[in-house]
Design a protein around this ligand. Structure first.
Ligand code: NAP
Length: 286
């Protein structure tokens, strides 16, 4: 039954620019309805120059909490009373909540990324991570791999200056950065290979960050994790599965980062992850 919006309904949302493509309202409202909670979740298009005013407005009408997407994930930090140490190390906030009159922020992408890995019985200390790409999502991946206790975390990128800036922003002795050309030498021993680039994402879905020759270097027992969730599977995950590797796509990460945010806002641990996943699949037609 659709949720009845009344005079007591509380408001959650997501801010970004653009935001009309956001899948968050679909999955959050499905979860809130299933949980029987009197909230609605809306998407707010907010221009960067309007961010300050928007946050003041949210406080004025008692918005309970919100997600943040491009281009506000960094800019929002200046508007918050407190940014969690995790969000500080990732350098981005994607979830904000109210405590009295103050806004607090954290990053739930790390929890989202880690969720499917935590279910696996693996020796993380002996895991060699190969992270393809050094952008925003790669930062959540590095933080998550640090939390798992991965022995080696190796990030490859195509821009040497960005890679050095990336490396300098972490205090992690087991983190190294490498030029894109190092993939051939890193792949044969990598046991967790993560694609954090948009290569292979719909609508340019027929490409992979790895050539077929490179994919032939993937170990049979490795985990291949693609943050992309459309298409399912990506060419990269098909290549890896062809080598006998375990394939994980980005859909669960998307759902679990949302579930982690819902737990923060509502205080309810039992979030219906399956319902959120079904709502997304229905919306995406996958
Ligand atoms: P981003 O900050 O723009 O980072 C993208 C990275 O990919 C950058 O390092 C970029 O390098 C690199 N890259 C792009 N094209 C490349 C190419 N042709 N060759 C080599 N490197 C290339 O983007 P993001 O926010 O991290 O997102 C990356 C992907 O993750 C997207 O597909 C996004 O949808 C996905 N994602 C999924 C979830 C989820 O919940 N499943 C969450 C976050 C992100 P340069 O810096 O040199 O351009």
């Amino acid at each position: 039954m659709p949720h009845l919006i009344t005079g007591t309904t509380k408001l959650l949302g997501v801010i970004g620019d653009p935001i009309s493509h956001s899948l968050s309202p679909v999955m959050h409202n499905a979860a809130l309805a299933e949980m029987g909670l009197d909230y609605v979740y809306l998407a707010f298009p907010i221009k960067a120059e309007q961010l300050k005013r928007a946050i003041a407005g949210f406080a004025a009408f008692d918005l309970q909490g919100f997600n943040i997407t491009i281009p506000h994930k960094q800019g929002i930090m200046a508007e918050l009373a407190e940014v969690s140490p995790l969000a500080q190390s990732v350098g981005a906030v994607n979830t904000v909540w109210r405590d009295g009159n103050q806004w607090h922020g954290t990053n739930t992408d790390v929890a989202g990324f880690i969720a499917p890995l935590k279910r696996l019985d693996r020796d993380w200390q002996n895991t060699e991570v190969l992270c393809l790409g050094a952008g925003g999502a790669a930062r959540a991946v590095v933080a998550a791999c640090g939390e798992l206790g991965c022995g080696k975390i190796q990030v490859v990128g195509r821009d040497g200056t960005k890679l050095q800036t990336f490396l300098a922003s972490w205090e992690m002795p087991n983190l190294t950065v490498h030029d894109w050309g190092a993939i051939d030498s890193l792949l044969p021993t990598a046991t967790l290979i993560v694609n954090t680039t948009p290569i292979g994402m719909y609508p340019k879905a027929e490409v992979s960050p790895l050539s077929n020759e490179q994919a032939g270097l993937i170990q049979g027992g490795a985990i291949a994790y693609d943050l992309i969730y459309v298409p399912r599977p990506t060419v990269f995950l098909r290549q890896a599965a062809g080598r006998g590797a375990m394939a994980i796509d980005g859909l669960e990460m998307l759902v679990q980062q949302g579930a982690a945010a819902l737990r923060i806002w509502t205080g309810v641990e039992a979030v219906p992850v399956g319902t959120m996943m079904d709502a997304l699949r229905g919306r995406l037609g996958i």
